[in-house]
Design a protein around this ligand. Structure first.
Ligand code: PMP
Length: 354
């Protein structure tokens, strides 16, 4: 740290992204990316957009915003496109959290929430998950702060129902409830239709998972017009050109190819079932994941040990060094061949150590 680093930030513990090693060709099951390439239309449009990189992109992101709004059945003033969904989440911490509305979220959830709270000097409260890693919705009924819930949650993959989220919205009329739907396309019902009924609902979604565009950085928020206006105030005060020209074009391409996205999501869900059944047969227990990952533990091997043994065999998964999670690994659901390779490797590791 330099002697110039602001005292506002010198206690900040930054987010640690999953490893992106270059030294060998790993089967990458550690950052919940899609195993499928982006839609050919996305690639084509992005290439064409590259010809105009000397010009700033449209700060209003008009065409893509209209396309996303159409897909969701809402108006374009109810949508804000961002640089990954990380950016809409950060904007929400900036816009809706302060001393009188601290951030509230589960103790086990997406690791960026604590970072955004610290970055924005916002007080925050972490509510412990139940023993079985489910969210006790009763603990979120206090109308005392801005709530952030990933649905399905990460790294557990466990989802709340829309009715459970609606109960939280009703019980917190004076605070924004942010529902982070990064993994919604793998079998969870979206809360987006509730934005017309609740002016305190903001839904965040991403193109990184189901739409194979993690490398392009594209996400969005959906909420009532006033909420989106507030978030636009933050956007135009930080980075008006937050979506680059090529990403915007790729976003339009993939939106014109919804059948491709749907087909890939179905394959991932089938591969999730395959993986869970195969791991169960090997003695693993898992949470009921509705995401593009499984969260698994085995009674005979420590989570960190399994992580390392898999890495030695060329397969990367994600291990979290957090007290209640040490036994577990989060394994992204990839292609069928990747999941077969994972199961074979796990089988060999369990055999080697028995
Ligand atoms: N929310 C959750 C729960 C996530 O796991 C992630 C991915 N790491 C994000 C949001 C952010 O994804 P992105 O910025 O790529 O849209």
């Amino acid at each position: 740290m330099s002697r110039f680093f602001s005292s506002k930030l010198n206690k900040l513990v930054p987010y640690v992204p999953g490893e992106q090693p270059k030294e060998r060709d790993y089967i990458k099951l550690n950052t919940n990316e899609s195993p499928f390439p982006p839609s050919p239309k996305a690639v084509k449009y992005a290439g064409e957009a590259a010809d105009l990189l000397q010009l700033y992109p449209d700060p209003d992101c008009k065409m893509l915003t209209e396309k996303v709004a159409d897909m969701l059945g809402v108006e374009s003033q109810e949508v804000l496109l961002t640089n990954g969904s990380d950016e809409i989440l950060n904007f929400a911490f900036m816009a809706f959290c302060d001393e009188s509305s601290p951030a509230i979220f589960p103790d086990i959830t997406y690791g960026f929430y604590t970072v955004f709270a610290q970055l924005n000097n916002v007080p925050y409260e972490e509510i412990p998950l139940e023993e079985d890693f489910t969210i006790d919705t009763n603990a979120y009924m206090g109308n005392r702060g801005t709530i952030f819930i990933a649905n399905p949650n990460a790294p557990t993959g466990i989802a709340l129902s829309v009715a459970e989220i609606e109960a939280i919205l009703k019980a917190n009329p004076d605070h924004v409830v942010v529902i982070d739907e990064a993994y919604v396309d793998f079998g969870t019902e979206s809360c987006v239709p509730l934005i017309r009924k609740y002016d305190n609902l903001l839904v965040a979604q991403t193109f990184s998972k189901s739409r194979s565009m993690a490398g392009a950085r594209l996400g969005f928020g959906v909420g009532c017009k006033a909420l989106i206006q507030d978030l636009n105030t933050v956007k135009y005060s930080t980075n008006p050109y937050n979506i680059n020209r090529m990403t915007m074009a790729a976003g339009l391409g993939v939106m014109e190819d919804e059948a491709y996205t749907k087909k890939n999501c179905k394959t991932i869900m089938d591969n999730r079932t395959y993986t869970m059944e195969a791991l169960e047969a090997l003695g693993f227990t898992m949470t009921d994941s509705k995401a593009n990952f499984v969260f698994a533990k085995h009674p005979a091997i420590e989570g960190a040990k399994l992580y390392q043994a898999l890495k030695n065999k060329g397969i990367l998964v994600r291990h979290f060094d957090k007290s209640r999670l040490t036994q577990y690994n989060r394994i992204t659901v990839g292609s069928r061949a990747e999941m077969e390779a994972l199961v074979t490797a796990v089988e060999a590791i369990l055999e080697e150590q028995s």
